[in-house]
Design a protein around this ligand. Structure first.
Ligand code: ZN
Length: 353
């Protein structure tokens, strides 16, 4: 059945595909079978048989080269480690080139200087580029979990992947967002989530790259030199609203590398307890000429500024995230902090008492 114009396509709906195989919109089943757990190109969906592949570094090659990370190891969710240089996701040459041209070369350029140059770039010409890039990195990191076995010892006869049991629904939206550079989809208002950027102290002799993922909380932190970026992918901007007080209290930085990790953990926690987050969906016109990724919030004309709220905080959950980010704080009682402004404050995300 052909979709009606502006049909509201939910994850369970079918894939919309052109006669030449170009996929405008992934249905739920094909997304899981081909993109999450299959070996198809994670952008266009073509197979090795149909197209030449050269695969895409999960942490991009320019970053690995800049900080000499090819042989450094990334810790996977099952605790095993893998060299960054070998951590590659199936991707065809065409899509790899597209990602390089449209995203990677620009983010490499604007992170090549100091923080103030980066801030100026994203305020003007490269607005939304960090969100686009961080969403891409987050997607790649997690899609890889569907391709790697959770146990390497084949004698155990365990074929399950690292992502076994994961609910991929959130990733369906993220995937549509990331591949909008391939489909030409328009990204509507309040679809991109919260972005927090800040300068990081840069003492000599220190490592200049850091990466921290909070899978359940859809939050990613990346440090590139003296630039820190935290992105909450699925909050429609709600976490930025609820963390306003905290941000005022801790100031604009520069932060220490540990403070940057703590802020990432508190941001992930903000997303965990956020109430009123939007749902997201994709609309495709009947003639397939228009694809729009929307937030349910953007359609509420009477309430253009959604009201976010928080569920009651849990000190234990916050502490768990803080210690995940900063294991060295595990011996400190209560909610440990590296920010002098927050010492003794048990308020979950640091709102003013
Ligand atoms: Zn492709």
């Amino acid at each position: 059945m052909m979709p009606t114009p502006d049909a509201d396509l939910r994850p369970e709906d079918k894939t919309i595909e052109a006669a030449n195989g170009r996929i405008y919109h992934y249905g739920w089943t094909r997304f899981v079978d081909e993109v999450c757990t299959g070996g198809h190109c994670f952008i266009c969906g073509r197979t090795y048989d149909a197209s030449a592949f050269n695969d895409e570094h999960v942490v991009p090659d320019w970053l690995l080269t800049r900080f000499r990370l090819h042989n450094s190891r990334l810790t996977l969710p099952n605790g095993t480690q893998r060299p960054y240089g070998q951590h590659k996701i199936p991707c065809c040459i065409d899509c790899n080139s597209l990602l390089g041209r449209e995203i990677e070369q620009h983010i490499a350029m604007i992170t090549g200087g100091d923080y103030s140059a980066f801030a100026a770039a994203i305020a003007w010409e490269y607005q939304f580029l960090p969100e686009q890039w961080l969403a891409l990195v987050f997607l790649k990191l997690h899609l890889m979990d569907g391709r790697l076995r959770r146990t390497r010892d084949r004698r155990l006869k365990d074929d399950a992947t690292i992502s076994e049991g994961r609910i991929w629904e959130h990733f369906h939206h993220l995937h549509a967002l990331v591949r909008s550079i391939h489909t030409g989809a328009t990204v509507g208002p309040r679809v991109l989530g919260t972005l927090i950027t800040f300068p990081i102290e840069d003492p000599a002799g220190e490592k200049h790259f850091d990466l921290l993922t909070f899978t359940e909380d859809f939050t990613l932190y990346v440090r590139v030199g003296q630039i820190g970026m935290i992105h909450v992918i699925d909050d429609g901007g709600g976490v930025a609203e609820i963390m306003r007080d905290l941000r005022v209290r801790i100031g604009d930085g520069p932060f220490s590398p540990a403070q940057a990790r703590e802020l990432a953990a508190r941001t992930a926690y903000g997303n965990r307890i956020l109430l009123g987050r939007p749902s997201f969906f994709t609309q495709v016109s009947g003639d397939r000429s228009t694809i729009i990724i929307r937030s349910a919030h953007s359609g509420i004309i009477d309430h253009p500024f959604p009201q976010y709220d928080l569920r009651p905080g849990s000190q234990e959950e916050l502490r768990e995230l803080l210690v995940t980010a900063l294991p060295q704080l595990g011996c400190v009682k209560g909610n440990p902090t590296t920010f002098p402004q927050l010492v003794g404050d048990q308020e979950a995300i640091g709102r003013a008492p």
